[in-house]
Design a protein around this ligand. Structure first.
Ligand SMILES: NC(=O)c1ccc[n+]([C@@H]2O[C@H](COP(=O)([O-])OP(=O)(O)OC[C@H]3O[C@@H](n4cnc5c(N)ncnc54)[C@H](O)[C@@H]3O)[C@@H](O)[C@H]2O)c1
Length: 361
């Protein structure tokens, strides 16, 4: 859906360009490094709609003072294992990593930890944060609300966001299980990528502004994306929006500032980070054996006709990440040119030249 002309770029180069760009925009070294790690990790895993492509819009909002580093982040209220934090309009990845770490610390203390974060901004791929919990042997569940771009079931106009949900489970003998999904049929970022390279989208992903099914990516962006599985994806998106909005003291989806269209106020996104220490109540050896055994049995199932081996969520992305760390990451020339233009606009001429020269590789 988003081929365009692609260039294979070493992962270190993409991380370096991204980190340097956000450092020059005023983020601390730590925050710039986290933002680069979250975004380029998405490219490594094949979630390019939530990776390097987002650098120009994140940069624009930082430049305009609508987003920034994590230094203004604070605890607003806490009770036992539940904590409400305010992100102080910190750039999503920079604050989300800290919120997850706080939830993980609560889970170590209480067996479970919930951090509800308000005042946040777009945080990219939800799975990154859930996987961070799993990398410490904990179960992570992460969700976010998002500005209205999706028509809820039965409606012809936008009202909810494509509110993502990620669930990560640590496995002893395998890469972690990571279910990481938008509540739309596909993430809207994939439609933006198709629009960026002038490609059509499959029917069934979106409707145009008149409510007609469309394969035109530009018309889809002007209209509404559709929830997965009708009332189920729609209901899940609403539930996520309701939980993030009230527990995080954030705006509801239909009240949220759009990252791309509203430059008069910061976004006030809500994000929830729920971390569970499964071994606080279960025997670790037995639990790990059972999880791994289930994954083994799943992988041994006979594949459906014309399909390869049965995989579990996160498996494909983990394999892709190892390959791309070794061989390089495919990036569309349109994304590299957009990065170069954004850097040129801010006077980061060396970064602009580096971006352009990659297109010529
Ligand atoms: N920050 C935001 O506001 C926001 C909003 C929407 C989506 N997103 C992000 O967009 C990204 C993409 O979402 P999406 O819904 O388009 O993803 P998708 O449709 O590609 O589905 C991804 C999930 O399906 C699993 N999967 C894919 N192929 C599989 C297979 N063959 N076997 C088993 N499992 C398989 C993956 O492991 C992953 O868990 C996610 O990272 C999500 O967090 C973010």
């Amino acid at each position: 859906m988003i081929a365009g002309r692609e260039v294979c770029v070493p992962v270190g180069v993409l991380v370096g360009l991204t980190e340097t760009c956000f450092g020059r925009l005023g983020l601390s070294r730590e925050d710039a490094s986290v933002v680069a790690d979250v975004l380029i990790d998405a490219n490594l895993r094949g979630i390019s709609s939530h990776g390097f492509q987002r650098v120009p819009i994140y940069a624009k909002r930082v430049r305009q003072g609508l987003a920034g580093g994590s230094e203004e982040m604070s605890v607003v209220a806490s009770f036992g294992a539940v904590c409400h934090m305010d992100a102080g309009k910190g750039l999503g990845p920079a604050v989300a990593v800290k919120a997850l770490d706080k939830a993980a610390a609560l889970a170590r203390e209480y067996g479970v930890g919930l951090v509800a974060l308000g005042g946040s901004t777009h945080f990219g791929p939800a799975g990154y944060y859930a996987r961070r919990a799993a990398s410490r042997g904990l179960v992570g569940m992460v969700m976010s609300n998002a500005p209205k771009t999706m028509a809820p079931y039965g409606a012809l106009e936008r009202f909810v966001g494509t509110n993502p949900l990620a669930i990560a489970i640590p496995l002893a003998r395998h890469e972690p299980f990571v279910l990481d999904i938008a509540t739309s049929v596909v993430a809207r970022g994939k439609i933006s990528q198709a629009a960026q390279v002038g490609e059509p989208i499959p029917l069934g992903l979106a409707i145009d502004s008149e409510g007609r099914p469309t394969t035109d990516a530009v018309a889809a962006l002007a209209g509404s994306v559709l929830p997965f599985a009708g009332p189920k994806g729609s209901g899940l998106a609403l539930a996520i929006g309701m939980l993030c909005g009230v527990l995080g003291c954030a705006d509801f989806d239909d009240e949220l500032a759009s990252m791309y269209e509203d430059f008069d106020k910061p976004q006030n996104i809500g994000q929830l980070f729920l971390v569970v220490d499964p071994w606080s109540v279960q025997d670790r050896d037995r639990g790990e054996r059972r999880w791994d055994g289930l994954i083994d049995r799943l992988g041994a199932l006979a594949p459906a006709e014309g399909r390869g081996p049965v995989q579990y969520p996160g498996q494909l992305e983990a394999a892709r990440a190892s390959e791309r760390a070794r061989d390089g990451v495919p990036v569309s020339s349109a994304e590299l040119m957009a990065f170069a233009e954004c850097c040129a606009e801010y006077g980061f001429d060396d970064l602009a030249t580096a971006g352009r020269s990659l297109v010529g590789m």
